[in-house]
Design a protein around this ligand. Structure first.
Ligand code: AMP
Length: 216
């Protein structure tokens, strides 16, 4: 299974990618998570962090090179969560997959309105060690501020602050939304209503993928 999850920040792409990973073993490839780890480790990562803090996209060349390296490490099933985010990235991904002879199975579009996304992002708590997220209202950890699994501290991401969230949603509208047309034209797009509960969205995804890939 090779999938792209497309949708605005706060739509639940990471949560659903994690569920698919647990259920079906498809590796989650999250550019945001990789960039956050690298932002503390390498000079390029620190440069990327400057864009992330402002809610802007990191330059295409940097994330494309990152994905190329991830594909080398993860040859079989995966779900891309947060990549591609520009048409140039989508074209680069097509080229990488064609070169390897491994087509995408589907692109899942997560639909949600702005009000819901803002509410979710402001209630979001993140495990900075692995990117796992909670929602203080709808999906809280067992103990406030503590990750259920590793027992470590949860944080509120810098870029989940209100001003930066508005910027990220604008960036999605102008730079990432054109990908909806891009993949629709290629017959790859399936849509889910991401405002439903976590379990309902998971079910919608499985149903949509099965319709695209009857053998799965
Ligand atoms: P996310 O965790 O997916 O919300 O990503 C957090 C931030 O990382 C984004 O606001 C961007 O600054 C950066 N980022 C993640 N993925 C990409 C990408 N595919 N292209 C450019 N920037 C990205």
């Amino acid at each position: 299974m090779r999938l792209v999850f497309l949708g605005p920040p706060g739509a639940g792409k990471g949560t659903q990618a994690r569920l698919l990973e647990e259920r079906f073993g498809a590796t989650q490839i999250s550019t945001g998570d990789i960039l956050r780890v690298q932002s503390e480790q390498t000079a390029l990562g620190r440069e990327a962090h400057e864009y992330m803090k402002r809610g802007e996209l990191v330059p295409d060349a940097l994330v494309i090179a990152m994905i190329e390296a991830e594909l080398e490490r993860t040859p079989s099933g995966w779900v891309m969560d947060g990549f591609p985010r520009t048409v140039a990235q989508a074209e680069a991904l097509d080229e990488m997959l064609t070169r390897r002879g491994i087509p995408l199975n589907a692109v899942v579009l997560f639909g949600a309105n702005r009000q819901t996304l803002i509410a979710r992002l402001s209630a979001r708590w993140t495990n900075p060690r692995n990117g796992r997220t909670y929602n203080a209202l709808t999906n809280p950890p067992k103990v406030a501020g503590i990750d259920d699994d590793d027992g470590g501290e949860l944080i509120q991401r810098d870029d989940d602050r209100a001003e930066t969230v508005a910027k990220r949603l604008d960036v999605y509208d102008t730079q990432t939304k054109p990908l909806i047309q891009y993949y629709r034209r290629r017959g790859k797009l399936v849509e889910v209503d991401a405002m439903e509960s976590m379990q309902s969205v998971a079910q919608q995804i499985v149903t949509a993928i099965r319709a695209e890939m009857p053998a799965w």
